[in-house]
Design a protein around this ligand. Structure first.
Ligand code: KOT
Length: 837
C-alpha cells in the first residue's frame, strides 16, 4: 500500500487524528458545531431538520473514523472479500440505525433534549433511502447489516438512483405516483470524484493480432459514460467493523462531453448529451417481480456491473497475485439475475484485456460467482433480446455465444442425441427475436445457485433448473433461507419489546445471537412479564392508530384485532383474496342481529403497498380496498366491528411503525409463488401471529413456531398445477360465498361496478390463475378460527410469546453465516479490541 505521508510526519497525523464523540457533552458540542459551521445556522434558526442534520453529521464523523480503520484493516489483512451486487438496496433511514449500532442512542437522546429537541422528532426528519422495490432490496439491506455485524470484509455495489421508488399518494381512492427525489441533503454518502470509471456502450468488435501473434478481440467505438463512486458507510452492531456500500452515479465523460458541439455554439445538443449520460442512474425501475426488457434497464445493469468489476479487479491487481488466486480473494454474489452481465464482463477482462486463455479465465469466473434466485414467476425471469444486446454490448454477446456453445458441447457429450435437452438448456432461446436467458447464464457462470426458502429451493430444482440439476448434479443447487436483521426489525422498530426481552434474558445478547430468544419460554407463567408484553403491543397499536388518524382521518379502536397485509401489490400475493374476504365479513355483519354482533371480535383490516405504475390489476385492487373502506367505515351498523384502512406510501420507516402493531398479518400468496417473503418473519418477531398459505418461508416459520401457533389454510403447491389445469378445461366452480361477494360488488355496493369488472372477471371467467376461489372457503373458515382464538387473550398471548421465542432461526446473521460457510468461503476479520470496546 502506498503511504502518502512520509514516516517523520506521521506522528503529527496520529496526534491530531479525529476521535469522534463518546459523551453527551461531546455529542452536543459536535452537533452544535455542525449546525453553526457546516450548515451555517444558529440557535435562532435551528429547526428539527437542522437538528437532524447536525446530529447526523456528528454521528457520521464517528462512523467515518471506524470506516477508514476498517478499510485499512481489510487492505492489510489481504484476505478474501465478498462483493454483494444488487440493483436494489432498500436501506430506510440511517440515523437511528447508526445511533443504535454504535451504542450511543441514549447519549444522543439526552444531548438532543439539552438542545431542546425530542429524539423521535429529529429521527423522523430523515428521508428514507428507498433504492429498492420490496423484499429483494430490503434483503440486501439486512445482509449489509449482518455482514458488518459479523465482521465480514464485504462490500455492497449498487446504483445511486437520483429517484428511488416513487412516493405513493392515494387520491380519491386511486394510487398516484410522485417522484422521490431524495438527495437534497444526504449526509450518509461520500462522493469519490477520484474514483471514476469509463464505461463503454455500443460500437463494434474487430480482431487484431497482438505481439505474440495471438488473435484478440477489440471492442471499439461507441460512446463512453463515466461512473462516479459514492460511498455509504455501513456500521455493524456493537463492532467497530464499518463496511462500504459503493453506489455508482452516471455522468457525461469529460472526454466525450462534446466540446465540438459546445464550441460551435450547439450548446443545447451538448447539454443534451450530458443529460442522456445522467439518465442511466436517474431512476429505479418501479417493478417488483416483473421484467419489461427495456434497453435503459440493460444499460443500467451493464454500467453498474462494469464499474464494479473494474473496481474489484483494480483492487485485486494491487496485490500482485497470480490470476489463478482471484477466486481465493474475491467472492461475488449475484442478487438475482440483474447483475449477470458481471459474469460476462469478468470473462471479457480476463480474456480480452489480460490475455488469459479462455478456459483458464472461465474457470476463474465460475469459482468467483454465485447466484441467488428470488422468484419463479415467469414474468419476472429476465430475458434480453439478442438484437438489443448486439447493439449495446456487441462483444458481450459474442462471449455469451461462446459460453453457450462450449456449454452445449459439454451437454451433448453427457446426453448424446438429446436434441430437446440442448434446446431447453440453451442460453439463447430460439424465439423471434432470439432471447438471452439470464437465469441460465447466471447458473452456468456460477459455482453455486441458491433459492431463498426450502420450498422455493426445491421448486427451482424441479422446474426452471431441472435440466441443470441433471447436468451439474444436485450439489450445485442449495438453499439459504432468508432472514432479517433483529437490530432494525426488533430493537429499532420495537424498543420497548427489545428492552423487556433484555430485562428477562439478562442483556441484549439476543440481538447478535437470536436463538437466545428461546429462553423466553421460561417466562410463560410470569404474570408481570406477560402484562407488560400486552401493554407494549397495545401501545404499538395506539401509535399506529394515531398514524392512521393523522393520515386518513379514520378513528380505529386499538382494542380491535389488527389484521395487516403490507407488501407490494401483486396478484400472486393475493390482496384481492384479502379484500374479498373483508367484503364477506362486512356482508355477514350486515346480516347479523344485534345480539350476534355483540359476540364478534372487532377488527381493523389494514392494507398497504405500492402497485407498479403500469400494473392495472394491482391498481384496481388498491381502488377496491379504498372503495370498500369508504362504505364500511361510514356504516353506522358496523361501527368498531370492522374498519378497512389503506395506509399510503408503505416504505421501510412506515414498516417500523406498522410491524410492531399487528395481532395477525396476512401472507397468503398462491402456494408455490412467493419465494420466501420476509415481512412474515418481521411480524412474528414482533409478537404477531400469521394467517398464511403453505408457501415460502411460512413453511419454515411453521416448523419453528409449531402448527398450533400459526393459521394455515389453502391448497398446497403440489396441487396448484392440477387445479389450474382443471380450470382451463371447464372444471371451475365459483365458491358460493365468493359468488355473493361478487354480487355485492356488481350490485354497486362499493361504487361503480365497472371499475372492478376486470378484477372480478379474472377470477370468475378467466381461469382464476391464482386460485382465489379454490382457497376462499378455507380462508374464511380460518379467519373464523382467528376470531375465536383472539377471544381468549391469555392463550393468544401465550402463542405470541412462544412464537417470538422460536424465531431465532430467521436472523439474517444465520443466513449470512450460511452464505459465508457454504458459498463464499470467507472468514470474518475480527478487529482487535480498543479501549475496552
Ligand atoms: C424480480 C425482478 C425485479 C425486481 C424484483 C424481483 C424480485 C423480488 N424477485 N424476487 N423478489 C422477492 O425477493 C424476496 C427476497 O428474497 C423474497 O422474499 C420474495 O418472496 C420475492 O418475491
Amino acid at each position: 500500500v502506498e503511504a502518502s505521508i512520509p514516516e517523520p510526519q506521521r506522528e503529527a497525523w496520529k496526534k491530531h487524528s479525529a476521535q469522534g464523540f463518546t459523551t453527551k457533552e461531546e455529542f452536543e458540542n459536535e452537533t452544535v458545531r455542525h449546525v453553526e459551521t457546516t450548515l451555517a445556522r444558529s440557535l435562532f434558526n435551528c429547526d428539527e431538520l437542522a437538528a437532524y442534520s447536525g446530529a447526523s453529521l456528528a454521528f457520521r464523523d464517528r462512523l467515518v473514523i471506524e470506516w477508514n480503520r476498517t478499510q485499512q484493516r481489510q487492505t492489510f489483512a489481504d484476505q478474501k472479500r465478498v462483493y454483494y451486487l444488487s440493483l436494489e438496496f432498500l436501506m430506510g433511514r440511517a440515523l437511528d440505525n447508526a445511533m443504535l449500532n454504535v451504542g450511543l442512542k441514549d447519549v444522543a437522546r439526552a444531548g438532543l433534549k439539552d438542545l431542546g429537541f425530542r429524539i423521535e422528532d429529529v429521527i423522523s426528519q430523515e428521508h428514507d433511502a428507498a433504492l429498492g422495490n420490496g423484499g429483494l432490496g430490503r434483503l440486501a439491506a439486512c445482509f449489509l447489516d449482518s455482514m458488518a455485524t459479523l465482521n465480514y470484509p464485504a462490500w455492497g455495489y449498487g446504483l445511486r438512483y437520483r429517484y428511488g421508488i416513487f412516493k405513493q399518494e392515494i387520491v380519491d381512492g386511486y394510487q398516484v405516483e410522485v417522484p422521490d427525489y431524495w438527495l437534497d441533503f444526504n449526509p450518509w454518502e461520500f462522493p469519490r470524484h477520484d474514483i471514476t470509471v469509463d464505461i463503454q456502450f455500443y460500437g463494434h468488435v474487430s480482431r487484431h493480432q497482438d505481439e505474440d501473434g495471438k488473435n484478440i478481440a477489440v471492442w471499439e467505438g461507441g460512446e463512453i459514460v463515466d461512473a462516479v463512486a459514492f460511498d455509504v458507510p455501513i456500521p455493524g452492531y456493537s463492532t467497530p467493523t464499518t463496511n462500504n456500500l459503493r453506489l455508482w452515479s452516471s455522468k457525461a465523460s469529460k472526454g466525450e462531453f462534446d466540446f465540438q458541439k459546445f464550441n460551435s455554439g450547439d450548446y443545447e445538443a451538448s447539454v443534451g448529451d450530458q443529460q442522456r449520460a445522467e439518465t442511466i442512474s436517474a431512476v429505479l425501475y418501479p417493478n417488483d417481480n416483473l421484467e419489461r426488457g427495456k434497453e435503459l434497464r440493460l444499460k443500467q445493469q451493464y454500467f453498474w456491473c462494469a464499474a464494479s468489476l473494474y473496481d474489484i479487479v483494480r483492487r485485486f491487481k494491487k496485490s500482485k497475485k497470480a490470476w489463478s488466486a482471484f477466486p481465493d480473494m474475491v467472492a461475488i454474489q449475484l442478487n438475482d439475475t440483474h447483475p449477470t452481465l458481471a459474469i460476462v464482463e469478468l470473462q471479457r477482462i480476463l480474456v480480452d484485456l489480460e490475455g488469459l486463455d479462455w478456459t483458464e479465465a472461465w474457470d476463474i469466473v465460475q469459482k468467483t460467482f454465485s447466484y441467488a434466485n428470488h422468484t419463479v414467476m415467469p414474468e419476472a425471469l429476465e430475458k434480453w433480446s439478442v438484437p438489443v444486446m448486439q447493439n449495446l454490448l456487441p462483444r458481450h454477446l459474442q462471449i455469451i455465444y461462446e459460453v453457450n456453445s462450449q456449454f452445449l458441447h459439454m451437454v451433448e457429450k453427457q446426453f448424446p442425441k438429446d436434441r430437446d435437452m440442448l434446446r431447453r438448456v440453451s442460453i439463447i432461446e430460439e424465439s423471434q427475436p432470439q432471447m438471452v436467458q439470464m437465469a441460465y447464464l447466471a447458473t452456468i457462470g456460477s459455482h453455486k445457485v441458491n433459492g431463498v426458502a426450502e420450498l422455493h429451493s426445491d421448486l427451482i430444482k424441479t422446474t426452471i433448473f431441472k435440466d441443470f440439476v441433471k447436468i451439474y448434479g444436485p450439489d450445485k443447487f442449495t438453499n439459504v433461507t432468508n432472514g432479517i436483521t433483529p437490530r432494525r426489525w426488533l430493537h429499532q422498530a420495537n424498543p420497548r419489546l427489545s428492552e423487556l426481552i433484555a430485562s428477562k434474558l439478562g442483556g441484549y445478547e439476543f440481538l447478535t445471537d437470536l436463538t437466545k430468544l428461546n429462553e423466553l419460554e421460561h417466562f410463560l407463567d410470569d404474570k408481570d412479564f406477560k402484562k407488560e408484553w400486552q401493554e407494549i403491543k397495545y401501545a404499538n397499536k395506539v401509535r399506529l392508530a394515531q398514524h392512521i388518524m393523522n393520515t386518513t382521518g379514520v378513528r380505529v379502536n386499538p382494542k380491535a384485532l389488527f389484521d395487516i397485509q403490507v407488501k407490494r401489490i401483486h396478484e400472486y400475493k393475493r390482496q384481492q383474496l384479502n379484500i374479498l374476504g373483508v367484503i364477506h365479513r362486512y356482508l355477514t355483519i350486515k346480516a347479523m342481529s344485534a345480539e350476534e354482533r355483540k359476540k364478534l371480535a372487532p377488527r381493523v383490516s389494514i392494507f398497504g403497498g405500492k402497485a407498479a405504475p403500469g400494473y392495472w390489476m394491482a391498481k384496481t385492487v388498491i381502488h377496491l380496498v379504498c372503495s370498500v373502506g369508504e362504505v364500511v367505515n361510514n356504516d353506522k351498523d358496523v361501527g368498531d366491528l370492522l374498519k378497512v384502512i389503506y395506509i399510503e406510501d408503505y416504505n421501510v420507516s412506515k414498516a417500523e411503525i406498522i410491524t410492531p402493531a399487528s395481532d395477525i398479518s396476512e401472507h397468503i400468496s398462491t402456494a408455490g409463488t412467493e419465494a420466501s417473503g420476509t415481512s412474515n418473519m418481521k411480524f412474528v418477531l414482533n409478537g404477531g401471529l400469521i394467517i398464511g398459505t403453505c408457501d415460502g418461508a411460512n413453511i419454515e416459520i411453521t416448523r419453528e413456531v409449531g402448527e398450533s401457533n400459526i393459521f394455515l389454510f389453502g391448497n398446497l403447491a403440489e396441487d396448484v398445477e392440477d387445479l389450474r389445469h382443471a380450470h382451463t378445461y371447464g372444471n371451475f366452480k365459483l365458491d358460493p360465498d365468493l359468488a355473493k361477494v361478487f354480487d355485492a360488488i356488481k350490485g354497486g355496493r362499493f361504487g361503480d361496478a365497472n371499475r372492478f369488472s376486470a378484477l372480478c372477471n379474472s377470477i370468475i371467467d378467466q381461469g382464476d390463475y391464482y386460485l382465489v376461489s379454490d382457497d376462499f372457503n378455507s380462508y374464511i373458515k380460518t379467519h373464523a378460527l382467528v376470531d375465536e382464538a383472539y377471544k381468549d387473550q391469555e392463550a393468544w398471548l401465550e402463542k405470541c410469546i412462544t412464537s417470538v421465542s422460536r424465531m431465532g432461526f430467521f436472523s439474517s446473521d444465520r443466513c449470512i453465516q450460511e452464505y459465508a460457510d457454504m458459498i463464499w468461503n470467507v472468514e470474518p476479520l475480527v478487529p482487535e479490541q480498543r479501549n475496552g470496546k
